[in-house]
Design a protein around this ligand. Structure first.
Ligand SMILES: C[S@@+](CC[C@H](N)C(=O)[O-])C[C@H]1O[C@@H](n2cnc3c(N)ncnc32)[C@H](O)[C@@H]1O
Length: 277
């Protein structure tokens, strides 16, 4: 397991800038996505990073997505992932669903499906889940770096692209699965902050970076400002049931390493710790 491919590394714990999310090595060209700052927290209308419709680029990208879905769909990784849902994860999904039959999926931070492979694999996994599990409802996707070509291809594959930058603050007023592959800690933290009440938390299913790993890293960084971006992540741990994604072969490692399912069951009688936003 190459150290360069780990999600989280801590260089030291003296400043926020030292908390670095390290992504797998990728090509140099194109938009950069290795270190992303979430500067503005205001919910604001969003439009793709470009406006030029390019049909040949779209056709090429659709073909690439189709091949990616086919490849992952027959992989051992996907079979193990699906088995894990059927055997271990579904019990918790069922509890979140309650009397509902479907939960929508909100996918934040997908990255560029045109430029990089992990985002293609991550989108393919979402599409396969919708194909194979009747409880998955509509898939809504957002990443501020999406191009108009990517937006149109996402729609061609049945996803809706969110037209507002929510900064991860969608409230789970009904059962909602958040798929946030390898997002920054701030985005998970924003999501938890926006849902910091027992009912919305128990409506959430989160598939994303392992919170257990955040906690392990945080224990190495006591009193550091980096912890400010993860207060809710750390506080929710005691109400969290986490199930790690299993059996990730080399082909899928970059897209899915250190990922877990998270379910939150705060006791209605116990107040959640009061956390300043
Ligand atoms: C570390 S990258 C992960 C990209 C991809 N999922 C992967 O594994 O390669 C985090 C992504 O979060 C996106 N992001 C930043 N702010 C966001 C926001 N407010 N809502 C959704 N995504 C956001 C970035 O543009 C970036 O593509």
């Amino acid at each position: 397991m190459a150290a360069s491919a780990k999600t989280l590394t801590i260089n030291n714990c003296t400043s926020k800038e030292d908390w670095t999310v390290v992504l797998p090595r990728r090509g140099r060209k194109g938009r950069k996505a290795t270190k992303v700052e979430i500067l503005e927290e205001k919910q604001e209308p969003w439009a793709p990073t470009d406006s030029q419709i390019d049909l040949s680029r779209e056709t090429k990208l659709k073909g690439k997505m189709e091949r990616c879905i086919d490849k992952i769909g027959v992989s051992q990784f996907y079979h193990a992932f699906r088995d894990q849902i059927e055997t271990t994860v579904f019990y918790h999904i069922h509890r979140v669903l309650g009397s509902e039959t479907k939960m929508q999926m909100v996918m934040y931070g997908i990255g560029s499906i045109e430029l990089y492979e992990p985002p293609c694999l991550q989108l393919s996994l979402a599409i396969l889940m919708k194909r194979d599990f009747s409880w998955i409802g509509n898939i809504e996707v957002f990443d501020p770096i999406l191009s108009v070509t990517e937006t149109r291809v996402l729609e061609a594959f049945g996803c809706s692209v969110i037209s507002i930058n929510e900064h991860g603050k969608r409230e789970a007023v009904k059962p909602t699965m958040f798929f946030m592959p390898h997002c920054e800690a701030e985005l998970y933290n924003n999501l938890l902050q926006a849902n910091w009440k027992p009912k919305p938390l128990s409506n959430m299913v989160l598939l994303g970076n392992s919170f257990e790993e955040y906690e392990e890293h945080a224990s190495l960084c006591k009193n550091s400002p980096v912890l400010n971006s993860m207060v809710n992540i750390l506080a929710v741990r005691r109400f969290t049931h986490e199930i790690k994604i299993e059996k990730i072969s080399d082909d899928y490692y970059n897209a899915f390493h250190d990922s877990s399912w998270h379910f939150f069951s705060p006791d209605h009688d116990i107040d959640l710790p009061c956390i300043k936003s």
